[in-house]
Design a protein around this ligand. Sequence first.
Ligand SMILES: NC(=O)C1=CN([C@@H]2O[C@H](COP(=O)(O)OP(=O)(O)OC[C@H]3O[C@@H](n4cnc5c(N)ncnc54)[C@H](OP(=O)(O)O)[C@@H]3O)[C@@H](O)[C@H]2O)C=CC1
Ligand SMILES: Nc1nc(=O)c2c([nH]1)NC[C@@H]1CN(c3ccc(C(=O)N[C@@H](CCC(=O)O)C(=O)O)cc3)C=[N+]21
Length: 275
Amino acid sequence: MKNAVGHVPGLAVVLVGDRRDSESYVRYKIKGCEEVGIKSLLAELPGNCTEDVVVDSVSRFNEDPSVHGILVQLPLPQHMDEERILSAISLEKDVDGFHPLNVGNLALRSRKPLFVPCAAKACLELLLQSGIELMGKHVTVIGRSKVVGLPTSLLLQRHHATVSIIHAFTTNPEEITRQSDIVISAAGVANLVRGSWLKKGAVVIDVGTNPIEDPTSDYGYRLTGDVCFEEAVKLASAITPVPGGVGPVTIAMLLANTLDSAKLAYGLATESPEL
Ligand SMILES: NC(=O)C1=CN([C@@H]2O[C@H](COP(=O)(O)OP(=O)(O)OC[C@H]3O[C@@H](n4cnc5c(N)ncnc54)[C@H](OP(=O)(O)O)[C@@H]3O)[C@@H](O)[C@H]2O)C=CC1
Ligand SMILES: Nc1nc(=O)c2c([nH]1)NC[C@@H]1CN(c3ccc(C(=O)N[C@@H](CCC(=O)O)C(=O)O)cc3)C=[N+]21
């Protein structure tokens, strides 16, 4: 085994524009890096810059050997081609797991992606660490985005769960969730999932982080989940709160992906960890 002393993992974050929520999520990520000894680099670009400027920034981080993970904070400004920018991140540094090849390899059970998106990994980690069996269980994922819903549903299928996916065009979503052993909500709609949507004993994971106005808070808003917690907590056998639930675990998974990437780069690991 090679001596790991002196090897410092590095994470580069590209933040385009000045959305307050994005700025605060990026701050959490950088704080997380500081806490565990990962070097962080931040490229802050103006919202009106060109797509090429963002791609150039990504390319510089691709070339930088001290950087093992690159994250382009989403959403990007409307005028930018998200697909092009995310595809510019080199596969070995795609710690967000959004590169089409990583997504494709997650979908193909005969293959293994280098990195799995952090929020999906966080949901799985919460379930596994809580000793919740997945094989044969009916899991409903609300949302099908590249960031959360899609990778979560793919990852759970790899763990042999039977997965239903609900999106904005699903009629009678509550009929589906009421039959589910586990409900994972990532719709970005405050209080979407009511107590009446759940069967007794269901496991509920609330990924949603929705800002709602709150004049009593320092920032004028506070975060609430997709799940009506007061109702759901009466039925659920286990439930995650917002804040203080999936979010901090997502950050931990980003740090874990960055460490895994550094290990591969320094030859301290030969393949990505099992999913
Ligand atoms: N805690 C954490 O670690 C993280 C939290 N988040 C939070 O998770 C939430 C989702 O994020 P993200 O996936 O990026 O958001 P997107 O807006 O990209 O995706 C939302 C998904 O939810 C679906 N949806 C929207 N409204 C409804 C509805 N009324 N009923 C059913 N489905 C609906 C959409 O369907 P359609 O495809 O049909 O449009 C879409 O697939 C946000 O609140 C975000 O802040 C995100 C990442 C990490
Ligand atoms: N390229 C990219 N990758 C992402 O992973 C990504 C992204 N873009 N864009 C936005 C969403 C959102 N997201 C969150 C991560 C952590 C918390 C989090 O830690 N929340 C805490 C703190 C909330 C607070 O108090 O402000 C909590 O829920 O307790 C929330 C949301 C990652 N995302």
